[in-house]
Write a protein that binds this ligand. Structure first.
Ligand SMILES: Nc1ncnc2c1ncn2[C@@H]1O[C@H](COP(=O)(O)OP(=O)(O)OP(=O)(O)O)[C@@H](O)[C@H]1O
Length: 269
């Protein structure tokens, strides 16, 4: 795989005695959008925390395996060095600094770099999210939920990541706003940033991603091209339900080709 792809190999994570991930392996090739699906407690947030090295803040630890960005091991670095290495996370629940202005929130995401680099990053996020330029002087806590999510994504982009980790960006948003966030993810990716997207909204995620992994109780249960997962009966039944007619239509169009789906039994390693 390509030079600066993100590789998770045989990753196991525990919170004390609770085993949250078991030998999870996945790849986010350079330039790709990859999604991780799964129900509540499947381990999706844990996976992102392990990559961003923020597990210890939650009382968790990697017990096995590791994470690489290209040739560089991330699993020995502190969280700020992971960001500096090119991997930024947008945590679940759009945690912005509510009492700080929008502009200061963005500044907090910039993490060093040169002045001109920061200015270019700010210009980029303002182009992506014009509302954040309009509201620059406003307290972040006064933004709508959707706008706060935009700010959380924009803050992560201020560090100029090669890989963006997104934890349930559509959670709690109205469908129209969720779609706008999805369009932005597409745009961010088109500008050259790889994306690892964790979602419970499988329909939305499978439309954005080229490859998908399904986590069940901490293990990769299924993986393959996103359109083939969207067409698989199991995924449709368990994760798509009848909530999204558009995705069902997309899945039907994608046809029944399921040959390359990988059921986890070690053959995916
Ligand atoms: N801080 C923690 N301490 C102890 N156990 C935890 C902690 N965080 C998560 N877990 C456990 O680890 C497992 C995976 O949780 P995780 O939050 O990663 O799942 P998830 O797929 O992101 O679910 P959700 O969509 O509900 O956030 C669950 O069994 C959960 O109870």
């Amino acid at each position: 795989m390509g030079g600066s792809g993100l590789v998770v190999h045989d990753l196991s994570v525990g919170y004390g005695p609770v085993r949250a991930l078991r030998r999870v392996s996945l790849e986010v090739p350079e330039g790709a959008v990859v999604t991780v699906l799964g129900g509540n407690g499947a381990g999706k947030s844990t996976l992102l925390r392990a990559i961003s090295r923020t597990l210890s803040f939650h009382g968790g630890a990697v017990t096995e395996g590791g994470v690489r960005l290209g040739d560089r091991r991330l699993d020995a670095l502190p969280p700020d060095r992971v960001v500096a290495a090119g991997v930024s996370q947008v945590p679940e629940g759009r945690r912005v600094f509510a009492r700080m202005t929008v502009a200061d929130n963005l500044r907090a995401g910039a993490l060093g770099g040169t002045r001109s680099g920061r200015a270019a990053a700010l210009e980029r996020v303002h182009e992506l999210f014009p509302v954040l330029a309009e509201r620059a002087g406003q307290r972040a806590g006064l933004l709508s939920g959707g706008e706060q999510q935009m700010l959380a994504v924009a803050r992560a982009l201020m560090a100029g990541p090669k890989v963006l980790l997104l934890d349930e960006p559509s959670l709690g948003l109205a469908p129209l706003m969720a779609r706008r966030i999805a369009d932005t993810v597409r745009e961010i990716n088109a500008q050259g940033t790889s994306v690892l997207l964790v979602e419970q909204n499988a329909a939305l995620a499978l439309r954005l991603a080229t490859r998908a992994y399904v986590l069940e109780v901490g293990e990769v249960a299924l993986s393959g091209p996103a359109d083939e997962l969207a067409a698989s009966d199991e995924v449709r039944r368990r994760y798509l339900g009848v909530v999204d007619e558009g995705a069902v239509a997309d899945a039907e169009q994608a046809g029944g080709a399921r040959r390359t789906l990988t059921r986890w039994q070690g053959e995916d390693a």
